[in-house]
Design a protein around this ligand. Sequence first.
Ligand code: NAP
Length: 320
Amino acid sequence: MKARAMVTHHFGGPNEFKLEEIDIPDPGPGQLLVRVVASGTNPVDAKLRADGTWAGLKPPVVLGYEVSGVVERVGPCVTDFRTGDEVYYTPEILGNPYGSYAELNLVSASIVARKPKNLDHYAAAAVPLAGGTAWEGIMRRLQVRLGETVLIHGGAGGVGSFAVQLARTAGARVIASASTANQQTLKDLGVDNPIDYQKEDPMEIALQLTDARGVDAVFDTVGKDLVGRSLRATRSFGRVACILPPGGDLTSLYGRNLTLHGIMLTRECQRLEELRAVIELGKVRPLVDAVLPLEDVAKAHQRLDSGHGRGKIVLRIAKT
Ligand SMILES: NC(=O)c1ccc[n+]([C@@H]2O[C@H](COP(=O)([O-])OP(=O)(O)OC[C@H]3O[C@@H](n4cnc5c(N)ncnc54)[C@H](OP(=O)(O)O)[C@@H]3O)[C@@H](O)[C@H]2O)c1
């Protein structure tokens, strides 16, 4: 079927997009063809646009890895979905030339879940990759528990804004960092102790707030040397999780019996169903900063390139 899509013909800057009509194959066994009503945008899109060879991509390629949409066609052997079902998911990245900056997306039904009923497509599209990463970090790896104290670096970002809400829902006290411009966002998300990393050292504040004991768990969404610097602000036998390569001096992991979890998001339906449950309970809401037409994808990429922002930017694509 023909679909309008933003195609990247060369790896490079934020303007490397061309609006074109492309052919999307019919769904094969176990696959769905989904009408993409909205696509979330994520920093990985910008990294792949700059150079996607590390992910096995070769231009021309359609980027985008967050979908909320409607099942258009169902492939053979798919029993769980029907035409018209409202779904959300994060398409495979590695070696997949058909991302979600297009009206139609071909996907394996095994990684698709039903969209949360209480979110429209524009909010739901902000969830699968960013919310899924936060779920993996806070709920599964760190297993944050009632009464614990958690330090989250980058609490106002796409992943961090979900992580803050999930840690609060789990019953933890949340200390989180962001720039001066995002302090109100941290407060609005329910952060107990917002920290302005441009004015204060988050590790120092975390130690002060825990009477020098250190926090129970750290979730780092920023990278650089933050994992290494966070270790002294983590209690003995505490846990740390990161979604970027851990930098800094990691020596004290050993002496202080700390556990470090590295996270690279995999595709699965179960995680999306778990997230849908907390979203439908009203415990977590995606923070959508802007909804832009597909034609304005370059604007979203300029913000992604900056490494600074508030929540998510979502693209409006097909009609509902
Ligand atoms: N491993 C995985 O599977 C996985 C999954 C998802 C994302 N990621 C990666 O994780 C990173 C974050 O993703 P995202 O979607 O949350 O990005 P994002 O929406 O761009 O958010 C990044 C946030 O980091 C904050 N920040 C920047 N420097 C900081 C610092 N020194 N201290 C504290 N906060 C700081 C920014 O806040 P201010 O504007 O206030 O500075 C911004 O809100 C990206 O590099 C992404 O590629 C990895």
